[in-house]
Ligand binder design. Sequence first.
Ligand code: AMP
Length: 573
Amino acid sequence: MQYLKLAEAFERLEKTSSYLEKNSVLADILKEAQSKEVEQVVLLSLGRPWPPYISKETGVGMQQIKKAVSVASGYSISEIEKMMRDVGDLGEVARKLLSKKRQVSLLKEQLTVKEVFETVRQLAEISGSGSVDRKIESISKLLTSAEPVEAKFVVRTVLGDLRVGVADGRLRDAIASAFKVSSETVEHAYMLTTDYSQVAKAAAEGGEKSLGKLGVSVGHPVNPMLAQRTESVEEILKRMKGKCAFEIKLDGIRIQVHKDDDEIFLFTRRMEDYTKMFPDILDSLRKSIRLKRAIVDGELVAIDKSTGKPMPFQEVLKRRRKYEVKEAAKQIPVEIHLFDILLSEDGMLMNESYTKRRKILEKIAKPGERVKVVEQKVLDNAAEINAFASRAIKIGHEGLVAKDPDSTYRAGRREFVWLKLKPTLETLDLVVVGALYGKGKRTGSFGSYLLAAFDQDSEKYKTITKCGSGYTDEDLEDLTKIFRKIQVKKPHPDVEIELKCDAYFEPKVVFEINYEEIQKSPAEKHTSGYGLRFPRFVRIREDKKPEEVNTIDEVIEFYRKQEERKAKSRGDV
Ligand code: AMP
């Protein structure tokens, strides 16, 4: 397939905000691709030539791409930079400059999807001396053959910022329409493989039947099963029909461990490869898991060396920010607490009951200094459950997770078969969309952030609160650095904002926010129609994608429950 076709489709995707039109543009391009090209078209549409769990990058910076654009267009770096200041997007600059190119190449070849895909992928492999120049050369070669619109998207792809609005949900529906399969089957296949390129290829080759054959495999992260919220022990017992397994809920990072002989991989809840981040537990896992091949699920926690108690979740992440990995392993040791098994040498276990999986896990995981199996009890009376929860909290854990003994492992699903019981008020996970500068000793850093929840109806992020407390000075400095990188000139098109900010951001980073109360129609103008009283920053949720923030419907539900509680305590009901 010519890359021009794909670039023109990207252009249409960028211009329209209509769901139906986006769906038909994407579906058409998928149908048009030959079966061996489908994978490449899918990954390029998502903006990276690798599936999400492969943590590679092109390693090309803005300066290098500017050079490549300069070589291909004949314009100088300073001319490019001047235009950048007006236009704000190097892709668009490349498109403009190539359409009034000063040197016309006579032997121009048409770019193919394959060529662009392979060249961009290859950039990650170029290393050693002279690698900067070789990367520039590779990109300028592509750009020299490119039509203006192709250049725009080559530049954005290399920068890792495609901005055509193809999110996972869109792709799922487009694959379903293109190959006449159900969205549910596509979604399920994705939950098992975490790779839409494989899913689309299977759908193209053999429809539902081929999709049904896709399974989990070692080395490919599975979307983890999630837990629903509950109000009380009574609700749990009612939903679980009396008897239920209770596990301690640890506050750490969800980690899926893949074992392939002596090799161990660690994946986060966002399916990122964290193997290199925690070298200190790999050996313990190798020894503890008594299977050649397995996928097990668990929570990684940091341990306070002086007390032996679990440390708050942020400490695990600080490990990454503060120290070199080796030093960190000494300063803040971690343990992994396993609670499930998805695959063993005998095959997939996800369709087995929780009880059976737990039995297998206990048999194959030998607890050691750094590897434990989460404590569990099967209970059926409220007093015992409350006592277990209080003990868990006293040790420093978050609470309990109740699990239906008969339930299967539902990849990527949040259903009422895993229920979390936390005593504290639910915090909200919100995406950061803007900021205001700090005052006094906070001058120079952003001092307050504007946060938004997701509105499923309009598919936009709508603001709900500003939050200027809960940060340490160090947090504010670190955050300012993080947000400078994703700053945009005006509110991002996926965000609805009415308040004026000093800076706007791409909706990428998720904050966990504590608050005293949800308010309806607050004095401050928020597009969600709701606001928070006394919001406080708790932490960055590096493990959550922006699509996973709380929805407006959830906020409304929390508001309803809060009002119910208030009425109860006033004695109104
Ligand atoms: P939340 O992040 O509040 O939605 O709670 C779900 C998370 O709790 C999971 O993704 C896990 O990271 C974590 N968790 C801690 N302990 C357990 C457990 N025993 N079973 C399942 N999830 C757990």
